[in-house]
Design a protein around this ligand. Structure first.
Ligand code: SAM
Length: 227
């Protein structure tokens, strides 16, 4: 049975704003592939925001969602999707669901045969992300409440893992939950400061190739292998 129940005609009201944003993301080079372009055009960001932030949905910046947290700026979501080179049918783990916006973009690319697990430690955010993803029809996302620094051993291994909160280093637990040939992406560095976006590719069971993709600013990962 199909796991994508999006009604493409349902969230069209702000399509012109979305298309304008996508045009800008393309011109700045954040969007490179058709699959990411399509996802950014389809996901209604206003549905993943508290009511008072909805007017700002198509401004390219992070926005507050309560609990001291933010949803990422659209360009950051596009960057994450491009770096991970996501494909239809992959199994992916997101650490830090927030309100579910980034998850929706990834789920759009993974399509009906893919599966995204998104783990969130704050219960109120977990509930809202779950509700937002259900309402918008992304039934290929399973939202889980818990400490994402531990991953989800019972659902592992994953083809891709990405963290939307910054850790002191990439947790070994997560590296172990990655398939050989898989990729893990995380902001690594000091809490409350700028961090580096680190990509690790798993070459063999205990061999990784690491690349530093430059400076970013994320909220801290709180948990056993976080801060
Ligand atoms: N993915 C979101 C989006 O759509 O833009 C942004 C998420 S926000 C930048 C980071 C999230 O990570 C917050 O919701 C925070 O509560 C969560 N978080 C922090 N530490 C975590 C942990 N150990 N496990 C799961 N979630 C965590």
């Amino acid at each position: 049975m199909s796991k994508l129940h999006r009604d493409k005609n349902k969230f069209q009201k702000r399509l012109p704003e979305r298309q304008k944003l996508v045009k800008n993301l393309l011109s700045f080079g954040y969007i490179k592939s058709d699959s990411v372009k399509r996802a950014m055009e389809l996901v209604p960001r206003e549905e993943f925001l508290p009511i008072e932030q909805k007017p700002y949905a198509y401004i390219d910046r992070p926005l507050p969602i309560g609990e001291g947290q933010t949803i990422s700026a659209p360009h950051m979501v596009a960057i994450i999707c491009e770096i991970l080179s996501l494909k239809d049918g992959m199994k992916v783990l997101e650490v830090g669901a927030g309100f579910g916006y980034n998850a929706a973009a990834v789920a759009e690319i993974l399509a009906e045969n893919g599966q995204l697990y998104s783990i969130e430690r704050v219960e109120s955010l977990f509930k809202i992300a779950k509700e937002n993803l259900k309402r918008t029809g992304y039934e290929n996302v399973k939202v889980v409440l818990g400490d994402g620094s531990l991953g989800i051993p019972e659902a592992a291994p994953f083809d891709r893992i990405y963290l939307t909160a910054a850790a002191p280093k990439i947790p070994e637990t997560l590296k172990n939950q990655l398939t050989v040939g898989g990729k893990i992406l995380a902001p690594i560095g000091q809490m409350d400061q700028y961090q580096e976006l680190i990509l690790m590719e798993k070459i063999s069971k205990d061999e990784f190739k690491t690349s530093n993709l430059g400076g970013v600013a994320f909220v801290p990962l709180i948990g056993e292998h976080g801060w």
